[in-house]
Design a protein around this ligand. Structure first.
Ligand SMILES: C[S@@+](CC[C@H](N)C(=O)[O-])C[C@H]1O[C@@H](n2cnc3c(N)ncnc32)[C@H](O)[C@@H]1O
Length: 314
C-alpha cells in the first residue's frame, strides 16, 4: 500500500512542542506520520485513533518500534469523550480528511481518477455512497453537493444523477465522475470538475463536519492545563469550524492589563484556550511542490490556559 506523506509535519511539531514524559493523542493516525514524529521527538507516550481498520498494519509497526509508549484504538474520534475518562493529554492533534492510502486505493471508492465501487466509507461501516446516490431525493443530493462541495452546478448534477439512476443504479466511481463531468463540462489540464461533487459526497457519507465539532468539544475536556491542540484542515468548511471553535473558547489577552490578569486567574481551572496561530499556517511552496495534496492544508493551534507557567517552548 502507498504510504501517506504527512503534511505540515514540522509546523505540527512546533506547535505541539512535545516534552519528555508528556502524554499525547493523535486523533487521525493514518500511516502514522504524525504519531512517529511525535514519538521520535522525545521520550513521551502517545495514543492514536483512526476509524479506518486498514491502518492496523501501520499501528503494528509502531507497537514494534515504540512498545508501551504507543497504543492504537480503531474508533472514530467523535468517541474520545467516552473512550478516555479520567485521562488528560498534554497535546491533541488531528490531521483531518482522507489519507493517500484511502484516495489511491480504487477499491475504497474515493477516487474519480481510478474506477472502483462507489463506497467512500473511511470505517468501511454504515451507509456507503452508492446507497445515498441511488436512494436520496434529488433535492437532498443537490443540497449535499452544494453545501459540502460549494458546487454552483449542484442542481444540474443532481438532476443528471436522478436521470441516470433510472436507467441503471450508479455503483462505481467512474460512472458517477462521468455523469458529473457531462453535466458541468470537463476542461483538460484544469482541476477535474468531479472534484467538488466527490468531496461533498465523502463529507456526507462520513459525517465529517459533525465528527469534527464533537472532536473539538471533547478535546477541551481532555486537555491538561497547558495542553496544546493542533488541527490541520483541508477545506474551508472544516477550517471555519476550527476557527470559530478556537475563537469562541479563547480568552482574549489584552497585554499586561489588570483585567487580563484577572481573567487568566479566573480561567486557570476552566476550559479556556489561548490561540497560538493568529492566522492559519499554510505549507511553504517547497512542500506543495513535493506534495501537491498539501496545497489546501491549514494548521491552527491553541493552548489550554492552566495553572502554573505557560508552555514556554512555543
Ligand atoms: C489525512 S489522514 C492522517 C494522516 C496522518 N497524519 C499521517 O501522517 O499518516 C486522515 C486519517 O484520519 C482518519 N479519520 C478521518 N476522520 C476520522 C474520524 N472521524 N475518526 C477517526 N479517524 C478519522 C482517516 O481514516 C485517515 O486515516
Amino acid at each position: 500500500m502507498l504510504a501517506h506523506t504527512p503534511v505540515l509535519l514540522n509546523e505540527m511539531i512546533k506547535y505541539l512542542a512535545p516534552r519528555v514524559g508528556e502524554n499525547f493523542l493523535d486523533c487521525t493516525f493514518g500511516a502514522g506520520g504524525y504519531s512517529t514524529a511525535i514519538l521520535n521527538s522525545c521520550e513521551c507516550k502517545l495514543t492514536a485513533i483512526d476509524r479506518d481498520p486498514a491502518v492496523q498494519e501501520y499501528a503494528d509497526n509502531c507497537y514494534r518500534e515504540y512498545k508501551d509508549r504507543f497504543k492504537f484504538i480503531n474508533s472514530s474520534f467523535a468517541e474520545i469523550g467516552s473512550i478516555f475518562t479520567g485521562v488528560k493529554f498534554d497535546g491533541i492533534v488531528a490531521d483531518l480528511g482522507v489519507s493517500s492510502m484511502q484516495l489511491d486505493m480504487s477499491a475504497r471508492g474515493f477516487s474519480f481518477a481510478n474506477d472502483g465501487p462507489l463506497d467512500m466509507r473511511m470505517s468501511s461501516k454504515g451507509e456507503d455512497a452508492a446507497v445515498f446516490i441511488n436512494n436520496a431525493s434529488e433535492a437532498d443530493i443537490a443540497d449535499v453537493i452544494y453545501q459540502y462541495g460549494d458546487e454552483p452546478y449542484a442542481r444540474k448534477i443532481a438532476r443528471s444523477i436522478i436521470n441516470e439512476r433510472k436507467i441503471d443504479p450508479i455503483t462505481n466511481t467512474a460512472r458517477l465522475a462521468k455523469i458529473v463531468r457531462s453535466s458541468v463540462g470537463f476542461k483538460k489540464g484544469k482541476i477535474d470538475t468531479a472534484t467538488k461533487t466527490f468531496q461533498a459526497i465523502r463529507i456526507y457519507v462520513n459525517d465529517e463536519l459533525k465528527q469534527l465539532k464533537i472532536l473539538l468539544e471533547q478535546s477541551l475536556k481532555l486537555l491538561a492545563p497547558n495542553g496544546r491542540l493542533v488541527i490541520v484542515s483541508f477545506h474551508s468548511l472544516e477550517d471555519r469550524i476550527v476557527k470559530d471553535f478556537l475563537r469562541s473558547n479563547s480568552v482574549k489577552i489584552i497585554a499586561r492589563s489588570k483585567y487580563a490578569k484577572l481573567m487568566i486567574n479566573e480561567a486557570q481551572d476552566s476550559e479556556f484556550l489561548r490561540i497560538l496561530t493568529k492566522k492559519p499556517i499554510s505549507p511553504l511552496r517547497d512542500e506543495v511542490l513535493i506534495n501537491p495534496r498539501s496545497r489546501s492544508a491549514k494548521l491552527r493551534a491553541a493552548i489550554r490556559i492552566g495553572a502554573g507557567n505557560d508552555h514556554t517552548s512555543i
